[in-house]
Design a protein. Structure first.
Ligand code: ADP
Ligand code: MG
Ligand code: ZN
Length: 606
């Protein structure tokens, strides 16, 4: 703020200097003219020295034949010819002089006379006005501090979102159409004595369309929509959040019926008393204010608060009780059918090549969220554009999937021959073991071109979307994860850091098998440890032990046993089928990538 004022003052001074020097140019021009009196002029004319005279009002600008400029004045009431007559200038001498009479009473004349006086005044006035405005702005911004900066969308805007823009999520849509009904015809429900719900909580992993869905509800109901993110309430200063909440609801009440959408509710709605860092008091106050406001609606206040979070488990229980966010709508990751629908929605404005099948894209994208899928189509379009194509081909989309999944290809990253060979055998190991084990997902693609941080990759895709996983699947997965490491060791009698990520993932999975899924025989069907998280990092970094030291040891040894068994499985396969491994690796070294068909053909012949 202060800097702005200084900046303004500096510009002001600069412009002032510029203008004044510009004006002084004129005056310099004037002073260069030599002032003479009328008598001298007459003598000069009589001597034949004068080339021209320019008459502007009372001012006479004289130019002599040797180029000298002079000026003089006449009486305003007298014309030049009478003046010269009175001074008895010889007419034939006068005829040699060119006389220019410029319009002396015209607008231009007045402008010229007045401008040098008025212009600076206008400019100074303008700057003073600017500065005043800025200072006022500063003041009002300070006052705005406690106001919410919610974005407001009016119902009839051009880019109105409706349910047809949200693919899948049929259950959520059904639940939410009720809300739409409430907003459209509240009387119908009030007459039946029903309480209009005050809050709806949209729950789901990131990118599943929670924000989109909330906007669609507003679009369907045709009511104004206030959008604010939970984090926007929180400032360094205690009390600001609460006052923003008050302000938001005050604005909303004026526009009722309407929807207030609080995105990322977990930013303010975490369990109270669990705060770390300086702002927890503030968050509690903000949260309390939200609760107070929601309790304050009577049946006539037609405001529905929609909130979204991907962490319902950490919300304060007070938020979830009836009368507040008592309705929860879950948005899940889309299944294959929904994925195709989402892709169709986002392909609406994109020219797809003839015969492009979005179903195939949906098949290859299990676990992708709506946002990921939107990203796939976007990346596909970018890729097509980069190749100077006018339409997006199926192949572009497949490449886009891999890019979204694993990061961009790094063809330029140079691998030495030796590294390339190691990578080839490593990936061949993954692929071979995945192919051999009945419960592992089939191999979709193998590549030794680096992508993101991986040196190479073996893409496995489940044949169908699965909600549940069995122990047998997990054990096979473990073996596949470790197979890269095993292959390296077998062939080169050496292990590299290339397998470290595999080992990490395998260890994590083994731990989960034991402590979360209760799938080990030794430790039985129970969970071990409670996962808590530290608020400000938002990650599971803290695990509370609910078991003894002895159990901890047992867990460790069970994890180790699972890993050893998986290693053995992988080793057996790789030793038994060494030729096949060689064959895959050699083909990879030549072709760099193997698609599913090529790989399967290779396995059938080898
Ligand atoms: P969230 O708020 O759950 O993190 P968003 O609503 O911001 O996710 O979704 C991000 C983007 O993903 C949306 O703008 C939309 O383009 C796309 N998207 C997500 N889910 C869907 C869906 N079901 N249908 C269509 N597009 C979706
Ligand atoms: Mg969101
Ligand atoms: Zn690997």
């Amino acid at each position: 703020m202060k800097q702005n004022v200084i900046k303004n003052v500096v510009t002001f001074i600069l412009v002032f200097l510029l203008v004044s020097s510009f004006l002084s140019l004129f005056t310099i021009d004037k002073t260069r003219r030599q002032a003479i009196d009328v008598g001298t002029l007459v003598t000069e004319i009589n001597d034949g020295k004068v080339e021209s005279i320019e008459v502007a009002g009372d001012k006479l600008s004289v130019k002599l034949s040797d180029g000298t400029l002079q000026e003089t004045q006449k009486e305003p009431t007298e014309s030049l010819s009478t003046l010269l007559n009175n001074f008895s200038v010889s007419p034939d001498k006068l005829a040699e002089v060119k006389i220019d009479i410029t319009n002396d009473t015209g607008l231009g004349f007045w402008m010229l006379t007045i401008a040098p006086i008025i212009l600076p005044i206008i400019i100074i006035g303008f700057f003073i006005w600017m500065m005043m405005k800025q200072i006022q702005g500063a003041n009002s911004k300070a006052l705005m501090f406690g106001q919410s900066n919610a974005k407001q969308f009016q119902p009839q805007t051009k880019n109105r979102v409706t349910f047809s823009d949200v693919a899948g999520s049929h259950e959520a849509k059904i639940e939410l159409s009720e809300i739409v009904e409430f907003l459209r015809k509240p009387q119908k429900f009030i007459e039946l004595g029903a309480k209009i719900p005050k809050g709806v909580l949209l729950v789901g992993p990131p990118g599943t369309g929670k924000t989109l869905m909330a906007r669609a509800v507003a679009g369907e109901a045709g009511v104004p929509f206030f959008h604010i993110s939970g984090s926007e309430f929180v400032e360094m200063f205690v009390g600001v959040g609460a006052s923003r909440v008050r302000d938001l609801f005050r604005k909303a009440k004026r526009q009722a019926p309407c929807i207030v959408f609080i995105d990322e509710l977990d930013a303010v709605g975490r369990q109270r008393g669990a705060g770390l860092g300086g702002s927890h008091d503030e968050r509690e106050q903000t949260l309390n204010q939200i609760l107070v406001e929601m309790d304050g609606f009577d049946n006539q206040t037609n405001i529905i608060v929609v909130a979204a979070t991907n962490r319902p488990d950490i919300l304060d229980p007070a938020l979830l009780r009836p009368g507040r966010f008592d309705r929860q709508v879950t948005l899940d990751l889309p299944d294959i059918r929904e994925r195709e629908e989402i892709l169709k929605i986002h392909a609406r404005n994109k020219p797809l090549a003839e015969g492009t099948d979005l179903k195939l894209v949906a098949q290859r994208t299990p676990g992708f969220s709506g946002a990921d899928l939107a990203n796939v189509l976007n990346e596909g379009a970018i890729m097509a554009g980069r190749d100077e194509q006018k339409i997006i081909s199926q192949n572009c989309l497949f490449q886009a999937i891999e890019k979204v999944m694993l990061g961009p290809e790094r063809r330029s990253s140079i691998m030495s021959e030796k590294e390339k060979k190691i990578t080839a055998y490593h990936e061949a190991g993954h692929a071979l073991v995945a192919h051999e084990l009945p419960n592992a997902d089939p191999v979709h693609k193998i590549s030794i071109i680096s992508r993101g941080r991986a040196g190479g990759y073996t893409l496995k895709l489940p044949t169908e979307d699965r909600k549940y996983h069995s122990r047998a699947e997990f054990l096979d997965d473990l073996a596949v994860m470790l197979a890269g490491h095993v292959a390296e060791k077998k062939i080169f009698n050496e292990v590299t850091t290339g397998a470290s990520n595999d080992l990490k993932k395998a260890t994590q999975l083994a731990r989960q098998i034991v402590t979360q899924y209760g799938m080990s025989d030794e430790l039985g069907p129970r969970t071990y440890g409670e996962h808590e998280e530290l608020i400000f990092l938002g990650r599971e970094i803290h695990e509370r032990r609910d078991y003894s030291e002895k159990t901890a040891e047992a867990i460790d040894s069970t994890i180790m046993k699972l890993i050893r068994n998986a290693l053995k499985t992988a080793e057996d396969i790789i030793t038994r089928q060494r030729e096949r491994l060689e064959k895959i690796a050699q083909t990879l070294l030549v072709k760099e990538t193997l698609e599913k068909d090529e790989f399967e053909q290779l396995m059938a012949t080898a």
